[in-house]
Design a protein around this ligand. Sequence first.
Ligand SMILES: Nc1ncnc2c1ncn2[C@@H]1O[C@H](COP(=O)(O)OP(=O)(O)OP(=O)(O)O)[C@@H](O)[C@H]1O
Length: 579
Amino acid sequence: MFLGGVVMKAILNTYKLVRKHAGSTYIFILIESLITALVSPAIIYATAMAVDSILNYVHGERNLFPVILLILLFAWGEVSKFIRNILDIKLEQKLELNLNMAVMNKLDKISLEEIEKSGFQDKLNKVKDRPHMAVIELFNSSIAIAAIAVKVVGVAFVFFTISAYLGLAYIISAALDVFFSFKAVNNMNKMFENTTHNEREMENILRILKDKNAIYEIKVFQMKSLFLKKFKKYSEAVFDERLKTTIASQKYLLLSSFINIIWMGLAILFVILKLMQRAISVGSLTAVITSASTTLDMAEDFVYEASSVANSGYIAETLLYILNYDEKSVKEQFNSGAKIIFENLSFKYPQSENIVLDDLSLEIDKNKVTAIVGENGAGKSTIIKLIAGLYKPSSGSVKINGTEPYYLSKRELADSLAIVYQDFQNYELSIKDNVLLGDEKDISSDLSLMELDKYDANTNLGKLEDDGVYLSGGESQRLAIARAISKSSDFLIFDEPTASMDPMMEAKMYEGIIKVLKMRGAIIITHRLVLSKLADEVLVIDKGRIIERGTHETLMEKGGKYAKMFTEQAAWYKEAKNE
Ligand SMILES: Nc1ncnc2c1ncn2[C@@H]1O[C@H](COP(=O)(O)OP(=O)(O)OP(=O)(O)O)[C@@H](O)[C@H]1O
């Protein structure tokens, strides 16, 4: 199909998007493009008239209006370039801001479960970090194609005024030109559709190779050659595909150029014969010869713009898919009272058959500290992800204060939970901004609680600023915890954020904040069982089930799995201390 349904749909939707976000600039660009498109055939027509008027001038007939018109038309060419440059900057400014914001807002609303699906990842990867560029490219290229169509009609009209045969031959050669160019472009389209998987793998490796944290491990474990080998494999696959498609496209482009050259030769021969019969004027001969190169340029422009439409069309379509993605509706009612309740909840990750949580029922009250312990892979972090509404349960339910977190608004969720994950982030902003994330209040008590008061709240992290500091691993964790504590949420949840602190430091840190935790309600995931002594209740998770629950003392008395794990850990620490 002409350009392909997907791309045509993308063009129409892109126009709507540009009209919405760029308003008057959009209208001005359309007007400027239309005038510029009409100027091309007008120049051919004016050239014929100007040459004849100059010849007539020599013979005494003094009418220089066609010459002045020709000069004005050429002048418009220069003025329009200037106007268009300004309009393009305005267009980019408006779309860059508005579209990036729209994408960020959308991603914020779509659940992690959806975003993690590989299809969605492919789409995100395709849009990359400059989504507005594809929209601008598609908008400009589709306008350019429309302008070429206007030019073709205009030029055909001029040729018809010289001779019907000439006009007809031009239309036929232009139609063949369009046909073969589209064949070429359709081949390119297929390539853009097919290479996403390999491209995604390439992007991933590049990301790893540039990741500040990965660089250390890559050096230590000499992993560079592994990644480069993989990169080479995917890169070869991508470029093989590109080369094959390009060669397949080129044969059509060659045919298209060949038709153009034949058309030019025949047209010039035709007008020379007509001139010899004195059936046309010298002006018409000049117009045909000058227009020959215009026709070739138009064919080249057309192929260029059409392949750019094909490329950006798929990216813009992907962007539109993301922007129009239906993020599940959010129920606004929210009951107060502070409890997290799991009822017969079972869970498998999307695209996985492994049952991670198995018929889990539990109740976590506010104003108490709950520790969740268990071996690696038992399902502890998954419990937190379900509380946070990042995934929907496969069956059963989890409710925070009576409502499934999946349906809570962002505001309600933030009021209910403050979570510090294992792989928490601190940002190259000031300490204050890292804690408050844009809010304004005094954080000195939070900083002193987390023993970070040796730093001024305005100290910048990282080296974006000359006075910036790097925090140690432990300080970084304490800063992430200060961020959670400074929020006035019902529950504080710690998914092992203190794993890189030494055990003494970790215990001291929790002892320092235990009062705050008890006042708020806290869930702590930990492998260091000594911490569970601080908790009001300990939940022992094994293979997605609660196998024991109670206080540290009751669990020790029971002599079950918890007691065994605790005794083993205690013995290990004792031995380590004695060595
Ligand atoms: N995004 C995911 N997709 C598929 N499976 C996952 C995903 N995240 C975790 N899993 C699997 O779910 C199981 C439970 O993982 P979870 O991270 O909840 O364990 P955990 O008890 O927190 O372990 P650890 O103590 O090692 O952090 C594991 O088998 C893990 O491989």
